[in-house]
Structures are given as C-alpha cells and as structure tokens.
Design a protein around this ligand. Structure first.
Ligand code: 5GP
Length: 200
C-alpha cells in the first residue's frame, strides 16, 4: 500500500536494525482517517472470504482492526494480555513472548465470543517473530474456529514471522513489507499483491 509506505518513510523512525517506531500515526497518536483507509484495504482483500469476526491483540492492533471490522461489518474481538494464568472455565489462554518487551504474557480470549461457526481474520500492526499471531491462532483453534488469514500493517520481512504463519497454513497479507532497517534507512520489499488501494 503506497500510502502506508509513504507514511512510514515520512514519520517512521528505526530505533535500531530490528525495531521501527510509528507512534505518530499507529500506536500512540492515531491518524484515524488513515486507519479507515487501512481498514478498507484489508476489507478489499478479505471481503469475499466469509469472515464472521475480526480478532486483534491489545493494544496497538485495535485502531486498524476496528476499522477493518467496520468495513467488513462484523464484530471485533480484542485478545487481552494478562500477566499470569487465570483459572477460569470461561477463558482460553496461551503463553506468548512479547517481541518488544522480551517478557512472557498470557494471551486471553473469552469462550463467549468465538465458536466453531466463526471464520476469523486476525489483524495486527507489526509482524516480527510471529509470536502474537501464532498465539491468536492457537486460541482460535482451541475454540474450533477457522482462520481466514492474518492482515498486517508492517511486516518486517527480515524476521521469521511470515514463514512461521505460512507453515501453519495461514495466509499472510501485509500492506507494507520491510526488507531492511538501519540508521536513516528503511528499505521496502514489494507489498503483497491483489491489493485494493483505498480511495483518496
Ligand atoms: P511478533 O509477535 O510477531 O514477534 O511481534 C509482533 C508484536 O510486537 C506486534 O503486536 C507489535 O505490537 C510488536 N512489534 C514487533 N515489532 C515491532 C516494531 O518494530 N515496532 C513496534 N512499535 N512494535 C513492534
């Protein structure tokens, strides 16, 4: 998605060779109009795939995910990050390692909101090692739901997340793919095809 690449070039900051900061438009200050365009781009790709729900991981996936759910006219489920296991029959939980913080958390989903009838689109802001998305897939599969795909705003293609998800039989659709990060350097790969560019 050209617009996203332009925005990353203009406002993104490589903290080091591994981490990109985008807090001026995605995860601290949110550019709401831009998020609406992101939602339309994901909806354009996944519209005919029978999606019943969108799932994201709190908190930085929420803005793009809510716009995607709106564009597809389906509910959004926000998976919660708990610091420890909760003994509760109403919840599914799975341990995930955080890419940015290095620590482990329990990804948590209520049994009330997802069932075997659901065909789910997972949306997240970044794809790095694929831990968060894999955790979400594990929870959805525990609920016997099916996964339609994973929609990512910024895939860091030099990290193993994409391959990890594809190995699990899940489609990955990334709006921007970064080949390399460095001081004053953000190099892109061609983004995933069959893209519907949003209207300006
Ligand atoms: P993964 O689970 O794929 O290793 O990492 C994905 C999660 O870590 C995303 O939900 C995102 O919040 C965070 N993350 C990974 N890489 C970056 C990055 O370069 N910048 C920021 N801001 N967050 C990242």
């Amino acid at each position: 998605m050209k617009l996203l690449e332009e925005k990353i070039r203009a406002e993104g900051k490589a903290v080091n060779e591994h981490i990109l900061k985008v807090d001026s438009f995605i995860n601290h200050q949110v550019d709401a109009f831009f998020m609406m365009q992101i939602g339309e781009a994901f909806a354009g790709h996944f519209r005919d795939k029978g999606i019943t729900k969108v799932v994201t991981i709190e908190s930085s996936g929420i803005a793009p995910a809510v716009m995607t759910a709106l564009a597809l006219n389906v509910p959004l489920i926000i998976l919660k990050k708990q610091s420890s296991k909760i003994l509760n029959d109403d919840l599914y939980q799975t341990a995930v390692t955080s890419f940015t913080k290095g620590c482990e958390y329990e990804l948590t989903m209520s049994k009330h909101f997802i069932s075997k009838e659901d065909h789910v689109l997972i949306i997240d802001d970044f794809l790095a090692n694929g831990e968060a998305a894999t955790g979400a897939i594990r929870l959805l599969r525990l609920a016997n739901a099916t996964v339609a795909g994973v929609g990512i705003l910024i895939e860091k293609s030099f990290q193993p997340g994409r391959d990890k998800l594809i190995e699990q039989g899940v489609e990955v659709f990334s709006l921007a793919r970064i080949k390399r990060l460095g001081k004053n350097l953000i190099e892109f790969l061609p983004a995933d095809s069959k893209m519907t560019e949003p209207r300006n």
